[in-house]
Design a protein around this ligand. Sequence first.
Ligand code: TZP
Ligand code: MG
Length: 223
Amino acid sequence: MRGKRRKRFPLRISWTLCLVADAESARGRDLIQIIRQAVEGGVTLVQLRAKKLPASAFLNLALEAASLLRKKKIPLIINDRPDIALACSAAGVHLGQEDLPLSAARRILGKDRLIGLSASSLKEAHRAQKDGADYIGLGPVFSTPTKATTLTPLGLRGVREICSRLSIPVLAIGGIDRRNARQVIAAGADGIAVVSAILGARDIFKATRKLKSAVSISGAARR
Ligand code: TZP
Ligand code: MG
């Protein structure tokens, strides 16, 4: 059913486990060190998110993350800011429903960078796919204190329904941890994106390794 539409990017994208490296959730710890440990633990993708940093500080952080991740061959996605994504040669940008429209971001970034869009319903997911998004961030799957939202969590049923109707990759997000991660993948998500399941852990490396083994299900077991 889900013949994935694949595009050519400088790096092959593995969607399995995305760390949303949220500067505000680092609680004073060095975000670059956290990213380094999470990469050692097995994240396959990193999204850098810094809602409260001024542009110059966000760019500096992005340049540092990009330099580290380039060496590790892990794609970097920048949250909200196509300009910063371009300036640090990131693999792409992640946009919310109220951010710059996808068409404008595409004009800035061109066709060879990824543009991901947050979606919280089948309608938004379909629209994102139709508008040319390269993947969607689908959520919240479960309730989460990390992002203030009035949206009702989709649950595993919602994930299953939406994933079965899309052809672009789906990164599920919201309240996902090592206890429920496997079920989210079994419901059809191509991967999970997490903030607190990694950033909230005392041992970043160990937490990432456990999550990675939870989501590493063979193709046959997935659907
Ligand atoms: N978008 C939907 S839920 C969410 C975002 C950024 C927060 C995810 O954080 P956590 O801690 O993994 O639930
Ligand atoms: Mg946004």
